[in-house]
Write a protein that binds this ligand. Sequence first.
Ligand code: IYR
Length: 300
Amino acid sequence: MDLARSAPLLTTYWPLAVAVGAVVVGHKVWKYLHERGVNLDLKRKKSVSFSEKVETLPQDSKYNISPEDEDADNFFVINEDVPHIPYKPNTYSDDVMIKRSLEFYECLNNRRSCRFFSDKPVPLEVIENIIRCAGTSPSGAHTEPWTFVVVSNQETKQRIREIIEEEEELNYRKRMGQQWLQDLAAVGTTWEKPYLEEAPYIVLVFKQVHGFSIDGARKTHYYSEISVSISVGLFIAAVQYSGLVTLTSTPMNAGPKLRSLLKRPVNEKVLVLLPVGYPADDATVPNFKRKPVDEIMVHI
Ligand code: IYR
């Protein structure tokens, strides 16, 4: 372009060029922040509940899980205005603390993963309380990225068993490899999982890869995997304290089918599945020993 001839044009239209530039840059900044869950709207939109939002999630790529979602490790946290309040939990003398910690250890040390369940009913209220315990878990930026789906319906349990056994048969026969099978031999597992129909409850723990803020915008879930894993630890401890048994099972390759059977939204992924109930009268466990504390603790 001839600069001498375009100079008058630039002199006349420079405010327009600046305005267009500002719109383009502004849009890019807005997009960057929006993608990271920052809401720039000054006015609050109508509040949309989490369940309302997930029900209307489109089954398209926008909400599909991408590898970056797996565990967000950026720290783009927007601090909401949460007041800080005094905190005075119970404290105890040294003697009482030693006694309480030992009693709690003894309770947990009696826990064993059990694969043989009785079908004796358990009140739903117990399961609800156990899930309340799990829901006390710490979570990244207090995002509470978990959903506990409790299944007691017999047909649904049967369908879950079918889905899992179909995959597990392939896992055991083809996918796992000789070394893995050899390492598992002492546990005594097979692809068959009758306990999935026998236990009164199956609890499927879903990890919410991301959530939604109060105005419906996508909300990053920090460290969702470790947050949900800690909550599962509390769940298992609560099952033990209640006098029931469970089994931490990770249904390899069955996640998507279980998610769609249970009609969970695409932002949720099955992390673990836990049958819960009384042990069968003739239940057995492998005679494993736990490492003593001096093998697992290093004091510096
Ligand atoms: N998920 C399979 C296999 C399995 C793998 C490990 I590592 C275990 O400690 C136990 C089982 C199953 O449930 O059979």
